[in-house]
Design a protein around this ligand. Structure first.
Ligand SMILES: NC(=O)c1ccc[n+]([C@@H]2O[C@H](COP(=O)([O-])OP(=O)(O)OC[C@H]3O[C@@H](n4cnc5c(N)ncnc54)[C@H](OP(=O)(O)O)[C@@H]3O)[C@@H](O)[C@H]2O)c1
Length: 314
């Protein structure tokens, strides 16, 4: 297929493009930052500059590329300072997920694009009640913290717009992988504590596994929502020390929940209550199996530490 990858120069895009080419697809890849054309070309794609917030440019690029499929992986989180106000940190990303998705879907309709796959997010979104692990059919958090409300609205907007148009929205777990500093940076600096009793559940995904699932989702003909997460949703008190160990960092600090609320705001406290996500549907319907079924092996493989199975014997 002719595939247009929007955000080809990013953390997931750079892992996705080579897989698509290996699978026999012909790829046009967009970038936003000047200087990233060579990076996209080196992956084997035809590079095109695009600002997704410019609908006329989106229309032009889509019509010129004439793709049979579009994959939307554009976010704007590099160089963002994650402050206590998550909506402020995600403001541009939220626009890429709403206005950007609208522009792409409109252009896709006009160009007769058959398939559309977009990046969504699974962790910290499901209702913070009931069992620890949620499927795509479970309700989302009806009352996210005030500082994350717009971000949650934008993700739900994308989920509905994409599946409503017959496409696939992939709710990825928290990304990690070699070279990815999103979570690793703060953990290295011991700025990321275990909150309260550390019972809040997170779901993770190695960026390579996320890319592999995306290739399979592209080949699926039906609309759908999929959690793309590993097999082991886990409480923070378990995964955070393992991540710190893999990074060669000191063990994480612990802070009582009320202090986290005062210092870091509702966004961090949301993690203390969050539920994990199930990947059963993605395995069943996409025929996908993660290469890193657990962050236990994945963190060590990504960041150079030793797997927990070895540590247990110390
Ligand atoms: N995705 C999430 O929900 C999430 C959440 C928390 C943390 N993180 C972490 O954040 C870090 C980097 O995030 P990131 O968002 O910068 O990801 P990224 O993977 O570096 O970039 C995403 C892609 O979107 C493109 N892009 C940015 N603005 C655009 C625009 N206006 N129009 C079209 N394309 C645009 C970028 O182009 P250029 O590179 O050419 O500018 C890039 O190709 C990673 O470590 C990730 O793990 C991600």
């Amino acid at each position: 297929m002719r595939v247009l990858v929007v955000g080809a120069s990013g953390a997931i895009g750079t892992r996705l493009v080579p897989r698509l080419i290996e699978r026999g697809h012909q790829v046009t890849g967009t970038f936003r930052s000047p200087g990233n054309a060579d990076r996209v070309r080196a992956l084997g794609a035809e590079p095109v500059a695009l600002d997704l917030l410019d609908p006329a440019a989106v229309r032009r690029v889509v019509l010129a590329a004439g793709p049979e499929a579009i994959i939307h992986q554009a976010t704007a989180l590099s160089n963002v300072r994650f402050s206590r106000n998550l909506d402020r940190s995600f403001a541009l990303t939220n626009r890429l997920r709403t206005e950007g998705t609208d522009a792409l879907l409109a252009a896709a309709r006009e160009a007769g694009v058959r398939r559309f796959v977009a990046q969504s997010f699974a962790s910290y979104r499901y209702a913070r009640v009931g069992g620890p692990v949620k499927t795509e059919d479970d309700p989302l958090d009806p009352e996210p913290p005030a500082v994350a409300r717009q971000t949650n609205v934008a993700m739900s907007y994308l989920d509905q717009a994409v599946t409503g148009a017959g496409g696939v929205a992939l709710r990825y777990g928290g990304f990690y992988g070699p070279g990815d500093d999103g979570l690793a940076g703060p953990v290295r600096k011991r700025q990321f504590p275990v909150i309260g009793d550390g019972a809040g559940i997170s779901s993770f995904i190695h960026l390579d596994d996320a890319a592999a699932a995306t290739v399979l989702a592209l080949e699926r003909d039906e609309a759908g929502l999929y959690n793309i997460v590993d097999d082991e949703p886990a409480p923070m008190r378990e995964w955070l020390p393992v991540l710190a160990q893999a990074l060669g960092a000191k063990p994480p600090r612990h802070v009582p929940r009320w202090i986290a609320r005062v210092v870091a705001g509702g966004g961090l406290v949301m993690m203390a209550e969050s539920r994990g996500a199930s990947n059963a549907k993605a395995k069943r319907e996409l025929g996908w199996t993660p290469r890193y079924p657990s962050w236990r092996q994945g963190f060590a493989a990504a960041y150079g530490g030793r797997p927990e199975s070895l540590l247990a014997g110390d």
